[in-house]
Design a protein around this ligand. Structure first.
Ligand code: KMH
Ligand code: ZN
Length: 278
């Protein structure tokens, strides 16, 4: 008898910090647009949302009252697991990024090292990684370890060896692949990264930026991983065809997963997976 395939965690990353509203009017950049996106993505099969907040001019911000407003907008409209980005934009200072936890999300992203990010540098010095991790442990916020390259996978071993397990006792990783400056968005890179994950890892997802999105999705499903999708990571549904909505990307992930006999998990199941019901 073969084991039942594990239910699939789908995380939607609907906004990001890199795309301008003027270039992509369908990008959710207000609390109202985020709430509508959250509802549509929940209906389509997402269980967690990775949030980057925009200000009233649609610019990326880590302003605490706005973070709280966006978190509330999602919580009032859905039961999605709420993850706030602590990565922000490449321009956000480290001390401001630490304050993201004051908005009391369920989960926070935690990138395991500094990465060249296109023409910019996404700064994550080791002392900052340690401080953010310890803060997440103190506050009971479950981190999602963002891994942009293989070296960051090894940095995660060091972090867990030094400071122990996250709040909730589970270790959830997300391979962010295909960023110019990070690892390639290929099946080979995914297999190498998964093989190097710490033994304490309890779940992992993957996302491929831009044109690597489908290759990474298929590789993740075939290795038993979970998926992150959304307009933070990809803006075309096929070559030259703009994404209409985040829900469209979730629907495509559900359809591909159906072929792999993976059924989307509910937010309640995601809470168990992530240690949020501990
Ligand atoms: N916007 C990138 C510089 C995260 O959310 O933690 C960082 C990022 C990672 O998106
Ligand atoms: Zn992000």
């Amino acid at each position: 008898m073969t084991a039942m395939p594990e239910p699939l965690l789908i995380t939607v990353a609907p906004t990001g910090a890199e795309t301008a509203k003027a270039d992509c009017p369908q990008l959710p950049t207000t609390p109202e647009e985020l709430a509508a996106t959250a509802v549509a993505c929940r209906e389509a099969g997402a269980a967690m949302i990775h949030i980057h907040v925009r200000d009233h001019d649609h610019q990326p911000t880590l302003d605490l009252p706005l973070l709280r407003e966006w978190v509330a907008a999602v919580r009032e409209s859905t039961d999605l697991v709420v993850q706030l980005s602590t990565g922000g934009s490449v321009h956000d200072p480290l001390d401001t990024r630490l304050k993201v936890l004051d908005a009391e999300p369920d989960s926070c992203s935690l990138t395991m090292g500094t990465t060249n990010f296109g023409d910019d540098v996404f700064m994550n010095p080791w002392p900052f990684v340690c401080e953010l991790y310890q803060l997440s442990q103190e506050r009971g916020v479950v981190p999602e370890f963002e891994l942009f390259d293989l070296g960051q996978v090894h940095a995660l071993h060091r972090l867990l060896d030094t400071f122990g397990l996250p709040a909730g006792g589970k270790v959830h990783c997300d391979l962010v692949m295909g960023v110019p400056g990070g690892m390639n968005g290929t099946a080979d890179a995914l297999v190498a990264s998964v093989a190097a994950l710490p033994a304490a890892t309890t779940s992992w997802s993957a996302t491929g930026i831009g044109r690597s999105t489908l290759a990474v999705m298929l590789a993740s499903l075939s290795k038993g991983g979970h998926l992150r999708v959304g307009m933070e990571d990809v803006l075309t549904i096929s070559r030259g065809v703009p994404v209409e909505s985040n829900a469209q990307l979730v629907e495509r992930a559900v359809e591909v997963a159906r072929v792999a006999q993976r059924t989307p998990m509910t937010p309640g199941e995601a809470r168990t997976l992530l240690g949020l019901d501990a």
